[in-house]
Design a protein around this ligand. Structure first.
Ligand code: ATP
Length: 297
């Protein structure tokens, strides 16, 4: 018997970053939107915990106990005094180290899958608590849709979304380390007064009404200057998407994936093709939003 869970990627439509806290984290106002690019996590009883991964970026995924899916299985098993003897297979379609929370998605997916496989019957709140222990972005991967994350991003308030938004994601060669991007943010902010992060009312309104043009005007990522500083070539990708007719372009989370909002699915196809021919990215993917959260399939 095995259980498969499908779990989405995310884009941060607003990522407002405050100053560094005494625990080393940053306070955030993080508006997450789940997008229709998915990993599938399958768990099957086995002699002992092991992980395999398939997909074009599989070689970049750690297959040891540092994998967030393995850590999720370990945490759930420990809570219930169970041996985490399970084979976890990740069919990876979310870009790795791309700022789209692929590892977090696998953590949330493995948690839900193991809970179903082992019959541990965890409540939503118990699952969310384990997700928060795994990482700041993991609770959102479980919930999906759209949500505002405060604290270090893990305290979630679900948000209403009044329509579909269409995206193109340009995947860059190689990843960017999230901690390195935050370190660069701190370096660039040195000596500056960093305001407390707040969610933009205009952006929340645009989500609620499903207004793509208004959302385009409100997209904001405070990590973008840091990501561009570490990877200046991303400016060419952003410019290529804008020239191809995207309503707006921004770096996704800590990058190096870049995100382009378009008016229609056809526009998204056109922008994706233009990005591919521009030679400024490795590949371009079209995806709709909002997508649902982790789901047993
Ligand atoms: P975020 O958007 O949450 O900052 P990201 O999308 O930039 O994350 P991930 O794909 O989650 O990045 O991977 C970041 C690092 O996490 C990888 O380089 C890898 O070392 C590690 N990692 C641990 N578990 C996984 C996993 N299941 N899939 C991918 N990477 C993983």
């Amino acid at each position: 018997m095995s259980v498969t869970v499908r779990v989405p990627a995310k884009v941060n439509v607003q990522l407002a970053v405050g100053g560094v806290r005494s625990d080393g984290f940053h306070d955030l106002a993080n508006v997450f939107l789940a997008v229709g690019l998915y990993d599938e996590v399958t768990v099957t009883p086995a002699e002992s915990l092991r992980i395999t991964c398939s997909g074009p970026d599989a070689h970049q995924v750690p297959l040891d106990r540092t994998n967030l899916a393995a850590r999720a299985a370990g945490l759930l098993a420990a809570r219930h005094g169970i041996d985490p003897a399970v084979h976890i297979h990740i069919a990876k379609d979310i870009p790795v180290a791309g700022g789209m929370a692929g590892g977090s998605a696998d953590g949330a997916g493995a948690l839900l899958a193991c809970d179903a496989l082992w019959g541990t019957g965890s409540s939503r709140d118990e699952l969310l608590a384990i997700c928060a222990e795994l990482g700041s972005d993991v609770p959102f991967s479980l919930v999906g849709g759209a949500a505002l994350g405060t604290g270090r991003g893990e305290q979630l308030t679900e948000l209403e979304v009044g329509g579909d938004f269409h995206w193109v994601f340009a995947v860059a060669d190689g990843g960017l380390s999230t901690p390195a991007v935050y370190r660069e943010f701190d370096r660039l902010a040195e000596g500056l007064d960093v305001p407390a992060p707040v969610a933009s009312p205009g952006l929340l309104d645009a989500l609620r009404t499903g207004d793509a043009s208004a959302l385009a005007g409100a997209l904001l990522n405070d990590l973008q200057p840091a990501a561009l500083s570490l990877r200046p070539s991303l400016a060419d990708t952003l410019a290529a998407g804008t020239a191809a007719g995207a309503l707006a372009s921004l770096v996704s989370g800590s990058g190096p994936t870049t995100a382009f909002l378009t008016k229609t699915p056809d526009d998204a196809q056109q922008v994706a093709e233009a990005l591919l021919t521009s030679g400024t990215c490795r590949t371009a993917r079209v995806a709709g939003s909002p997508a649902g959260g982790a789901l047993v399939v």
